[in-house]
Design a protein around this ligand. Sequence first.
Ligand SMILES: C[S@@+](CC[C@H](N)C(=O)[O-])C[C@H]1O[C@@H](n2cnc3c(N)ncnc32)[C@H](O)[C@@H]1O
Length: 295
Amino acid sequence: MQLKEALSGLLDENELKKLVKSYDIVGDILIIKIHPDLESKREILAEALHKIYPRVRTIAAVPLYAHTDELYRTRDLEVIWGDENIETTHKESGCFFKVNPEHVFFSPRLSYERMRIAKKVLAGETIINMFSGVGCFSIVIAKMQPQTKMKIYSIDVNPYAYEYMKENIALNKMEGRVIPVLGDVREELKKLELEGVADRVLMPLPEEAHSLLPLAVRTLKSGNEGAGGVIHYYDVSTGRKGDDLFNVPIQRANGIISSAFGNSLRMEIEEKRIVRSVAPRKYHVVLDLRVVKMR
Ligand SMILES: C[S@@+](CC[C@H](N)C(=O)[O-])C[C@H]1O[C@@H](n2cnc3c(N)ncnc32)[C@H](O)[C@@H]1O
């Protein structure tokens, strides 16, 4: 049964138009965005959702225009039905992710993107995940390479994300392969002396990745002619469907890299894709950048 169908007769036409039809299921928690004009209908909405998803333990609401914490990328949630405890374990691609969506960023909508990247990784790579959250990208990658020695340095500044990442590494038996690091990536990479070591860098923070692109390049392997690696660079793009949504992100990445490194490296785009729509005419996009250091 569709949500609209479950609500027919309970909401009027005008209210049904304001219904946000997509929602996320994280473990056994359902998270739905609610339009301000439907705030008074939260209970009706929750009952209808529970009818459709009887196994859900908790239904939580996020106001449609909720503020997102700039640093941690979290939003305030309010339980509107069921258990107040919103810690849960989500299963994806054979991995388990324990999260509390109020304290850490987590999106089940990134599952395809995580697997897309995991499939590109080669045996034995050294990887830096600059914005690892609870470790999802890193753990999915490590799971796809069970036989190989690899190190995925996974850095996050949010102490809750770091604690969950440690739990998730243990839950998925990835100790020694996924290395959890708490702190700001700018400082932690320096402290750990991770310049010039990586085959691959992940930058899954579309709003800020551009400002750290030179740092990502410096982390890639260096030393001999032809060294370098791949950067999965995320950006935000605005426009209509059918517009070239990659134009601005490509120009921005090219501009940043050429002003920081001039002719000392070559960069090509191996793949580009729209990751997801985040608001009307606003998208997260990814560019897979192959960087070759010339000297
Ligand atoms: C959009 S979330 C992505 C999390 C994770 N990669 C995922 O997909 O679930 C971005 C993460 O970057 C972290 N972050 C933001 N700025 C950071 C910084 N300067 N250094 C390290 N982590 C940072 C936030 O705490 C947040 O967990």
